[in-house]
Design a protein around this ligand. Structure first.
Ligand SMILES: Nc1ncnc2c1ncn2[C@@H]1O[C@H](COP(=O)(O)OP(=O)(O)OP(=O)(O)O)[C@@H](O)[C@H]1O
Ligand SMILES: [Mg+2]
Length: 149
């Protein structure tokens, strides 16, 4: 487990760009952390670094948005609304960990679809409003990404 500290949203997005540079199709990134912790902010920086020009915003109501990056699609999930229902039988397995890179906010609500190989990031607020701690835990083959960060 590694960790980094960011002092503002820009630094979180720069970190996201470093992760993006190591991402290949099939990678799944679980974005853990409370409301406002920085999960969507990270996804914006990640997507922009890979050539996405559309506006990236939280897919709270439709659960998943697809963005067209240069080399592969990006599947951005916000599983918050799956707390009651779970993620089964909604066709999400056709996307998670397939031909694109998958980023999942609130991954604790779709554990049944999380693959064994994944990058776990945990966002927590620091002492002042704009600081965040980001813990990095590569599980399975994603240890290689953790090692390079
Ligand atoms: N160091 C930082 N990293 C990321 N965001 C920061 C930082 N400092 C301040 N912020 C602000 O915190 C907010 C993070 O919001 P964001 O939508 O990314 O959170 P989230 O984790 O996706 O929340 P939700 O669970 O509601 O989807 C933004 O308003 C952002 O500008
Ligand atoms: Mg969000």
């Amino acid at each position: 487990m590694k960790e980094i500290l960011t002092n503002n949203r820009d630094e979180t997005q720069k970190f996201a760009a470093r992760v993006a540079a190591l991402a290949t199709a099939g990678l799944v990134i679980a974005l853990n952390g409370d409301l406002g912790a920085g999960k969507t902010t990270f996804t914006q920086g990640f997507s922009r670094a890979l050539g996405v020009t559309e506006r990236v915003k939280s897919p709270t109501f439709n659960i998943m948005n697809t963005y067209h990056a240069r080399l592969f699609p990006i599947y951005h999930f916000d599983a918050y609304r799956l707390e009651e229902t779970g993620a089964q039988d909604q066709g999400f397995e056709d996307y998670v960990g397939t031909d694109g890179v998958t980023l999942i906010e609130w991954p604790q609500y779709m554990t049944e679809l999380l693959p064994n190989n994944r990058l776990e990031l945990i966002f927590t607020r620091g002492n002042d409003d704009d600081s965040r701690k980001i813990q990095i835990n590569g599980v399975g083959s994603a240890v290689e990404i953790e090692r390079q960060l």
